[in-house]
Design a protein around this ligand. Sequence first.
Ligand SMILES: *[C@@H]1O[C@H](CO)[C@@H](O)[C@H](O)[C@H]1NC(C)=O
Ligand SMILES: *[C@@H]1O[C@H](CO)[C@@H](O)[C@H](O)[C@H]1NC(C)=O
Ligand SMILES: *[C@@H]1O[C@H](CO)[C@@H](O)[C@H](O)[C@H]1NC(C)=O
Ligand SMILES: *[C@@H]1O[C@H](CO)[C@@H](O)[C@H](O)[C@H]1NC(C)=O
Length: 209
Amino acid sequence: MVTSPRTLFLQLSILAAARASADRSPKISWNPCNETEFPSAIPNDCGTLGVPRDYSNLDSEPLALDLLRVPALSQPSNGSILFNFGGPGEPARATLSAYGPILQQLTGAQYDLIAFDPRGTGKTLPFSCHTNELDTLAYMLDRAPANSSDTALARGWARGDVNANHCLENANETISLLSSTFVARDLISVVDALDEDGQLRYWGEELTP
Ligand SMILES: *[C@@H]1O[C@H](CO)[C@@H](O)[C@H](O)[C@H]1NC(C)=O
Ligand SMILES: *[C@@H]1O[C@H](CO)[C@@H](O)[C@H](O)[C@H]1NC(C)=O
Ligand SMILES: *[C@@H]1O[C@H](CO)[C@@H](O)[C@H](O)[C@H]1NC(C)=O
Ligand SMILES: *[C@@H]1O[C@H](CO)[C@@H](O)[C@H](O)[C@H]1NC(C)=O
C-alpha cells in the first residue's frame, strides 16, 4: 500500500503530538549513589527531579527533589513502589538505603523501590521554626498530659502559642510550601516522571496535614 503524502503528514503529526506530550514531564536521570553517603549491601541509584516549589504558582522557582532507588532484581521491573517513612522530619533516602534489602524481599524483588526526602527534610527545602537549639529543646521537652496537673492545660496552650509564633516569625515563607497536599503532588510528579503505567504504588505512613 502506498502512503499518500497527506496520510504521512497526519501520521507524523500524531507522532509529534505523542512525543510532545511525553516530553512534558521531565525525566529522572539515575546514577549510582555515593556509597559513603548511602552505604548498602545492594545497589542504590540516586537522582533528582525538579518539581514546582509552589504548586499553587506553577511559575515559581523549581525545587529539586532528591530521590533514591533500589532497582528490582529482575529487569525490566514490574514498576515502582514509592515509600514515605514519616518521622516527622526524617529524610527518606537514608531509610530506604538502610532497609532496602529487607524491603526488596518483602515486596518480591520485582518492583523498583523509590523514596525521596520529603519537603522540609534533608537538603530539600530545609526549615525550622526555631533559630537556636535551646528553643528547639524547649519545644521538644515542654510536654505534659493535659490532666497531669491543674496548670498543665493552660501551660500546654501557652507553649503552643509560643511555638506557633516562632513558626510564623522564622518559617513563614517556607511553612506554606510543606503541606501534605504538596507532598502528595510531589508523589504524582515522580509517578509522571517515571512514565510507567501512571499508577501510584505507595507504601508509607499516612501523611498528616
Ligand atoms: C561522597 O560523600 C562523602 C560524604 O558526604 C563526600 O565527602 C565525598 O566527597 C562524596 N564523594 C563523591 C564522589 O561525591
Ligand atoms: C513481573 O516481572 C517478572 C520479571 O521481570 C515477569 O516475569 C512477570 O510477568 C511480571 N509480572 C507482571 C504482573 O507484570
Ligand atoms: C489522665 O488521663 C488518662 C487517660 O484518660 C488516664 O489514663 C490517666 O490516669 C489520667 N492521669 C491523671 C493524673 O489523672
Ligand atoms: C506570612 O505569609 C503569608 C503568606 O505568605 C502572608 O500573607 C502573611 O502576611 C505573613 N505573615 C507574617 C506575620 O509575616
